[in-house]
Design a protein around this ligand. Structure first.
Ligand code: NIG
Ligand code: FE
Length: 409
């Protein structure tokens, strides 16, 4: 195999693919992720940007280059399907106040909006790139990035344009909160979002999102925003029931959203609606950690048959973490997920929440996005919380260089 790479002696290879998927080493079309699955004492072959073969080490074909994993675990790169990375400013004092008893409220977003509007393009770009590198270092190879801290036509347009420099998964979130200049007339802001703002932003975005919550946007406003985005070819996703019960999941399922995100306060009807829909419930435990709210009940959702993703919600207000391993640890410790469910949710689940069939799993045809842990199994991500276990990352078949130890073997 010309230009191929064999990674062998993998202690545990998480594939999220059926056991026979590695047999079809013909580089055919991607099959998309399945349920959690892993192979022990495994190997895999990368050719160009794609996985060409997976299977037991003993049956590995020869390749041009060799990496000896020496018993370490290899996983699909993490898919962080919910992040707000275009912003300026710092809200560390707000976090500190919460840790001494203050409540989180949607209004804090305006502090970041003021700093973001005042920042230059270069400052915003530098902050964004720093976070993207931080994510890559922690094993994230696909991420979504929202606007939502500009809230004027030019400030939202530059946010989505900057985000589009770093990822194809750009989400327009002009409907994050109603900025104070529209305080007495939120309807006029919704009209701006649904008209000129979307006209300026849709060319850079794949997704349209709305914060459907008390203090942000109600059900009818959320429906209007999603419909206006869909009319311009964007696909819907919704911030739903983060701070209390509400109509967010209903709105998301009605719109055929790829994902309803947060899902912290769900009614039985919300859970049933998600279970009978194609909408993924994306859980964001960093936000509960950062706001001292109760964690969402992943067990209840999974037992009802809902597809669950785990993502960081990286943002300067509620969840200033870029770490998928940290979120996996929280999901296992505090949301009732098994280690396998949490890893699936952070890889294949995120891919489903972004309607991607090329990432989140490792089988012939999948994008060669890999994380090698300095640990023997995926369970260590939760078992050893806060430890920088990510030893090496490959994105589209290329080893990411960010100052990690170069000797992998
Ligand atoms: O997902 N919920 C709305 N947006 C963010 C919080 C943003 C902020 O506080 O700046 C979230 O938690
Ligand atoms: Fe969010």
């Amino acid at each position: 195999m010309a230009g191929s790479l064999l990674i062998t002696r993998i202690g545990e290879l998480v594939t999220n693919a059926p056991a026979d998927a590695g047999a079809h080493g013909d580089g055919g079309p991607a099959g998309g992720p399945g349920g959690f699955a892993a192979i022990e004492d495994a190997a895999l072959v990368v050719e160009g940007e794609r996985i060409a073969w997976t299977g037991p080490s003993a049956r590995a074909p020869a390749a041009d280059a060799l990496v000896d994993a020496a018993g370490r675990a290899v996983l699909p790169g993490f898919v962080d399907s919910h992040a707000h990375l275009v912003f300026a400013g710092d809200r560390g004092a707000e976090f500190a106040a919460r840790m001494s008893g203050a409540r989180y409220a949607a209004g804090g977003i305006m502090a970041t909006v003021a700093a973001t509007r005042a920042a230059s393009d270069a400052e915003l770009r530098a902050g964004l790139r720093r976070l993207v590198l931080e994510m890559l270092r922690q094993g994230t190879t696909t991420f979504e990035c929202k606007s939502g801290y500009g809230l004027t036509v030019p400030d939202e347009a530059r946010s989505v344009a900057l985000a589009a420099e770093t990822t194809p998964e750009v989400t327009f979130l002009g409907a994050h909160v109603v900025p104070p200049e529209f305080g007495r007339d939120p309807g006029r802001y919704v009209d701006l979002v649904c008209g000129p703002m979307l006209d300026a932003c849709a060319p850079y975005a794949r997704w349209v999102d709305v914060f459907c919550e008390r203090g942000a946007f109600g059900a009818d406003e959320a429906r209007a925003v999603l419909a206006a985005g869909q009319a311009r070819g964007l696909l819907p996703r919704v911030h739903a029931s983060q701070l209390g019960p509400g109509p967010g999941v209903t709105v998301a399922v009605e719109a055929g959203a790829a994902s309803a995100d947060h899902c912290t306060f769900l009614s039985d009807a919300d859970v049933a609606a998600l279970a009978s829909s194609g909408t993924v419930a994306t859980l964001l435990p960093g936000a509960e950690f950062g706001t001292r709210q109760p964690y969402p009940d992943a067990r209840r959702l999974i037992d009802a048959g809902v597809a669950v993703a785990v993502a960081t919600d990286c943002n300067p207000g509620s969840s200033y973490t870029s770490s998928m391993p940290f979120c996996i640890a929280l999901a296992v410790r505090d949301m009732g997920m098994t280690t396998a469910e949490a890893v699936w949710a952070a890889t294949a689940g995120g891919a489903r929440a972004l309607r991607r069939r090329d990432v989140g799993y490792l089988a012939p045809g999948a994008r060669a996005d890999l994380v090698m842990l300095d640990a023997p199994s995926h369970a260590h991500l939760a078992y050893r919380p806060g430890v920088p276990l990510v030893q090496a990352v490959w994105r589209s078949g290329r080893r990411a260089g960010f100052g990690l130890a170069t000797a992998v073997a």
